[in-house]
Design a protein around this ligand. Structure first.
Ligand SMILES: Nc1ncnc2c1ncn2[C@@H]1O[C@H](COP(=O)(O)OP(=O)(O)OP(=O)(O)O)[C@@H](O)[C@H]1O
Ligand SMILES: [Mg+2]
Length: 397
């Protein structure tokens, strides 16, 4: 069928043609929006799961619903690189400033709004994130101590006081939250904690890899109670089928049940795989009824595309020695593997595995589900390694 009409949307953070199977998480957000509207507090929300499971798309949907509810919304994506810590603060400061500009109506500005704008300005100056002028005097002694754990709660407090005049809340949406530097993360948890105690309507809504809840608990033990934690899992069969069927239906394209079953099973319910297979099967099928043979051909094409892109790009990010670790892990399938067993397979002492493990975690290729364990962040990585074992051997691992 025509590629130009292909409805599927494989990629990173790309909105799917049908966002299925996330009703419970969206309901949790709706409850927070509704409670905030009624002046009642609630916890923040943390979404965690493997790569390609649909966290970014869900976070974006939540952000847009919060915007529709009139929230003051700031969003950013954390990065693991060393320049990340300074820039994350600056990005946060700039994003807050850009949003705060909208607080300034043409006529009279209330005292609370003035104070909030002054605090944001002071916060920015302290972080060296100037550039957007809010047109107010600096608030000396507010949000300008240089200690992010003091300044961030102050700026949020002042902002929430100003927003409260219009019954609005402050939503901070952060993707890849596991990559945020520890001191900013600590400041955010302190702020969320104070917000709960003092009734500020500030909500951190974050997304990240499966070990994110553990990272937050390590940074502040009370983090366990600050958030509603939602593990974002692969889609059940019915929803996986809907992710394929619904977009096609709008173009009067249908699936034979056996073809649909084959695609759903191969995807393992992973949203990204569903989109990739959906796109491939559309491309190879003459249509308008997708048959078993089309599904089989689509799987071959889709898998090839993923091998060349999704998996390959991750494999290429690893050094030769790190790849040896990825190969050693593949024996355990989707894992997790114990670090000691991996070291043994690689002929290393358990202590020598540390740097490879740390680098792969830093590159977002593996994570530690628990103490002494490692697992791939990408579903299907062990199969990729097995499929390519010969090339990998030939490349001199
Ligand atoms: N609920 C869903 N239904 C159907 N497709 C979805 C759903 N959620 C996400 N997708 C699709 O899955 C793919 C991956 O989504 P997304 O980028 O949000 O995943 P992610 O969990 O953020 O991955 P990463 O950890 O790599 O950032 C996209 O192509 C998106 O369109
Ligand atoms: Mg993402």
């Amino acid at each position: 069928m025509k590629a130009s009409l292909n409805p599927y949307n494989p990629g990173s953070g790309l909105r799917p043609p049908a966002l299925v199977g996330r009703d419970r998480e969206l309901e949790a957000l709706e409850v927070t929006l509704e409670r905030a509207r009624n002046g009642l507090p609630n916890r923040g929300l943390i979404l965690s799961g493997l790569r390609g499971v649909g966290k970014t798309v869900l976070l974006n949907e939540m952000r847009s619903r919060a915007e529709d509810a009139g929230w003051f919304v700031v969003s950013l994506e954390a990065r693991p690189d060393s320049a990340g810590s300074a820039s994350a603060r600056q990005i946060l400061a700039r994003a807050m400033t850009a949003e705060a500009r909208k607080l300034k109506p043409r006529e009279a500005v209330s005292e609370r709004v003035k104070s909030a704008l002054a605090s944001i300005t002071a916060f920015n100056v302290r972080l060296g994130a100037s550039g957007i002028d809010l047109g107010v005097e600096l608030a000396r002694g507010r949000a300008d101590s240089g200690d992010i754990e003091i300044d961030l709660p102050e700026v949020v407090q002042d902002l929430c006081a100003a927003l409260g005049e219009d019954n609005r809340s402050f939503g901070l949406f952060i993707d890849e939250l596991q990559d945020l530097d520890e001191s900013l993360l600590r400041a955010l948890l302190v702020t969320q904690h104070q917000a709960g105690q003092r009734g500020w309507h500030f909500y951190l809504i974050g997304a990240g890899l499966p070990h994110l809840p553990g990272i937050l608990a390590d940074v502040r033990s009370y983090a366990e109670r600050l958030f509603d934690y939602r593990s974002i899992a692969p889609l059940p069969e019915t929803e996986s089928a809907a992710a394929l069927v619904e977009p096609a239906r709008t173009a009067d394209v249908t699936f034979e049940p056996a073809a649909l079953g084959l695609l759903v099973e191969a995807s393992g319910g992973y949203p990204y795989f569903l989109q990739e297979y959906g796109r491939a099967v559309w491309d190879v099928a003459p249509g308008p009824v997708i048959a078993w043979g089309d599904a089989q051909a689509g799987l071959v094409v889709g898998l090839q595309r993923m091998d060349d892109g999704f998996f390959r790009s991750r494999w290429d990010r690893a050094t030769k020695s790190e790849r040896r670790m990825l190969v050693a892990m593949a024996e355990d399938g989707e894992g997790p593997s114990t670090s000691s067993e991996i070291a043994h397979r690689m002929g290393l002492k358990p202590t020598s595995l540390g740097p490879y493990r740390a680098n792969l975690i830093n590159k977002g290729l593996v994570y530690a589900p628990d103490h002494g364990l490692v697992a791939y962040t990408v579903p299907g990585m062990s199969d990729y390694v097995h499929r390519h074992q010969d090339d990998l051997d030939a490349a001199g691992r």
